[in-house]
Design a protein around this ligand. Structure first.
Ligand SMILES: Cc1ncc(COP(=O)(O)O)c(C=O)c1O
Length: 392
């Protein structure tokens, strides 16, 4: 049997490897706590579940949806963007539902990139910023996210001949995996860069609703000129604990949204209307739910920051996202530290280079585990790691 080579061109999916490691230990009867994966542990708001249940009992939702989405979905999404971000969207032409942010991040590459084009992708970064462009036959040029640049790509350093071949730039703030928030003026730089090089900017907004200490994350579309150069992908997954529902939207430049809709009409048949009705309730009656989730993560963040400081790790508490991007202690690589944590404490953390080479020297820890499990992880880290780290 012969297969197409495109799957061989992307690194194995990061979490598959982590899941294998966890399963191996669990099969030996070891209780492993995973701080490796960002999947919220708490349930979707009850009102959202009830709306979906009622919608599923309505045969009107049982037929094919459309990739345009219902008028109610699009109007609600536009109202949410207006009230939350001060962004005006035409519900007819500037917003449609997607099957979760990941689907949109991957497929938008097929809309924007021809074989041989260049895609500018942040690294460390979310893996579909590589697989989407690779599947589209494009070449990925990575833009390192380093601490000295506040984890924003140095767009001014992209060689002009490379920028001339590029047709897509991915950005995501608040950022996974670094937990960084967008630096002041950086979205403006991205718009200017997009205009200067006639390339499309895709802002992947998975985390704007999970923020702490009074920080309010902006939408990329708030930036003057943003709609001329790009789109934003917004996800319900993290803010409303809806990772299993596969619900999000793509909004902004009408031409990109329309091309994206055309692409999807050739590949899938849209978001289940019962889920669209559930999203409407999330974005209206349950609009404040993410603030309550942020409070849960803030509490957990403060528990973890103290524990990491106890074992001598230099961490800055993130202002957004359920992630810590922690520098490993001197004498360790990301991999050796992650192994030490697994071996000594049976706690899983993600080695930074899993997200790209500039992640070396860091590990990512996720706050999406129940409070009591996080406290147990913290105790194990404190009691078993303190001695090991001091020895290195
Ligand atoms: C940066 C980023 N974008 C998109 C997503 C995908 O979210 P969704 O569940 O909407 O596909 C994630 C999920 O972890 C993410 O970290």
């Amino acid at each position: 049997m012969r297969f197409a080579s495109r799957l061989d061109q992307v690194p194995p999916y990061l979490f598959a490897e982590l899941e294998r490691k966890i399963a191996e230990r669990q099969s030996q009867g070891i209780d492993v706590i995973s701080l490796g994966i960002g999947d919220p542990d708490l349930p979707t708001p009850a009102a959202v579940v009830e709306a979906a249940a009622a919608a599923m009992n309505d045969p009107g939702t049982h037929q094919y949806p459309t990739n345009h989405g219902t008028a109610e979905f699009r109007e609600t999404a536009a109202a949410f963007y207006r009230d939350r971000f001060g962004v005006e969207l035409d519900p007819e032409s500037e917003v449609i539902p997607v099957l979760g942010g990941k689907e949109a991040v991957g497929h938008v590459a097929m809309v924007c990139l021809d074989p041989g084009d260049v895609c500018l992708s942040p690294e460390p970064g979310y893996p579909p910023y590589t697989s989407g462009p690779v599947f589209a036959g494009a070449e990925v040029h990575y833009l390192p996210l380093i601490e000295a640049n506040a984890f924003f790509p140095a767009l001014g350093e992209v060689p002009p001949d490379l920028a001339a071949c590029a047709n897509l730039l991915y950005l995501d703030y608040p950022n996974n995996p670094t937990g960084a928030i967008v630096p002041h003026g950086a979205f403006e730089q991205a718009v200017a860069f997009g205009k200067r090089h006639d390339l499309i900017v895709v802002h992947d907004n998975a985390y704007s609703e999970i923020t702490f200490d009074g920080y309010v994350a902006p939408s990329f579309l708030e930036t003057p000129g943003a709609k001329e150069v790009g789109v934003e992908i917004f996800s319900l997954s993290k803010g409303w604990n809806m990772t299993g529902w596969r619900a999000g939207l793509i909004a902004g430049n009408g031409e990109i949204v329309e091309r994206f809709r055309q692409l999807k009409s050739n590949l899938d048949s849209g978001l289940f209307e019962a889920v669209q009705r559930a999203v409407v309730v999330a974005l209206t009656d349950e609009r404040d739910f993410p603030q309550r989730m942020s409070e849960v993560y803030r509490r957990r963040r403060d528990v973890l920051v103290e524990a990491l400081a106890q074992i001598g790790l230099d961490v800055e508490a993130p202002k957004a996202t359920p992630y810590f991007w922690a520098r490993v202690p001197d004498g360790h690589t990301s991999a050796s530290f992650a192994s030490l944590v697994l071996d000594e404490a049976n706690v899983v953390v993600s080695p930074g280079p899993s997200y790209g080479p500039s992640g070396e020297g860091f590990v990512r820890l996720s706050l999406t585990v129940p409070d009591e499990r996080l406290e147990e992880a913290v105790q194990r880290i404190e009691s078993s790691l303190h001695a090991s780290i001091i020895q290195t």
